[in-house]
Write a protein of this length. Structure first.
Length: 254
């Protein structure tokens, strides 16, 4: 028996990194999982891994920047599995540059993917969850945003600060409808290819050295991130409303 038996979970940006490990974690706990991404090859690989473990799921190509795609990903989820219980809005982009070198194209890409994408996704997920009689949403934010800044990541930080603000306000709108909306602010989760690995590469920090940057003395494991996501999606977490849960090995506390 899994703790998400009978539940249907949707994960955006599930073609690699944290989205992939989140989708696999839901499937291990018995959920039927809808994986979405613009990277079809990566999405197919994630689905292959999920099914190899005996999980049930489908992959849909959906661009979070396009409202019609958000509406369709929810519509197809319901068409296939009849409901939507949990949604993890995880897809995002990050490009590193000092502000003096930033461009409007980069600004638009970050805002459209990281912020507009979460708005479209939540709008359509919540419409369905209201019909279901409840649900849980977790937005993948970042410690870089409303909690800390990071040089050369200003536009990304601005979008993640926006995600935190959206999370709190939307959470208040739907709390009485048995829908929880929360966010996770992660840092340093060891999921190769992910944004933290991209940052290490840019800063020329070797993976074996990266763990020493964290008060806990190591990087985070994928299952330490997914445990937090699944907890926020669980019935036991329903009293947690509009919370930004930090999963960072002590980086912020330090
Ligand atoms: N890895 C970390 O330590 C860390 C730290 C802080 C925050 N985060 C956040 O966690 C989430 C996942 O991070 P990650 O490190 O796994 O990133 P990643 O870059 O490895 O994966 C992001 C996924 O989003 C997809 N994507 C990009 N644009 C898309 C679009 N327009 N439509 C649909 N999918 C799109 C990509 O194809 C990719 O599969 C992000 O929101 C990120 O900001 C991660």
């Amino acid at each position: 028996m899994g703790s998400f038996d009978g539940k249907v979970a949707l994960v955006t940006g599930a073609a690699r990194g944290l989205g992939r490990v989140t989708a696999l974690a839901f499937a291990r706990e018995g959920a039927r999982v809808v994986l979405t991404d613009i990277d079809e090859a990566g999405g197919a690989r994630s689905l292959e891994l999920l099914r190899a473990e005996g999980g049930e799921g489908i992959f849909l190509r959906a661009d979070v920047r396009v409202e019609r795609d958000a509406e369709e990903m929810v519509g197809k989820t319901v068409e296939r599995y009849g409901r939507l219980d949990c949604a993890v809005n995880n897809a995002a982009v990050v490009r590193f540059a000092p502000i003096v070198e930033e461009t409007s194209e980069s600004f638009d890409l970050h805002v459209d993917t990281n912020l507009r994408g979460v708005f479209y996704a939540m709008k359509h997920e919540i419409r369905q969850m209201l019909k279901n009689g409840g649900g849980a949403i977790v937005n993948q934010s970042s410690i870089t945003g409303s909690l800390t800044g990071n040089a050369n990541e200003s536009i990304y930080a601005a979008t993640k600060g926006g995600v935190d603000a959206l999370t709190k306000s939307v959470a208040l709108e739907v709390a009485k409808n048995n829908i929880s909306v929360n966010a996770i602010a992660a840092c340093g989760i060891d999921a190769p290819g992910d944004v933290f690995h991209q940052w290490m590469e840019r800063e020329n920090i070797k993976p074996e050295e990266a763990g020493k940057l964290f008060p806990i003395g190591r990087m985070g494991k994928a299952e330490e991130l997914t445990a937090a996501v699944l907890f926020l999606c669980s019935e036991q977490a329903r009293f947690i409303v509009g919370h930004i849960l930090v999963v960072d090995g002590g980086w912020i506390a330090h």
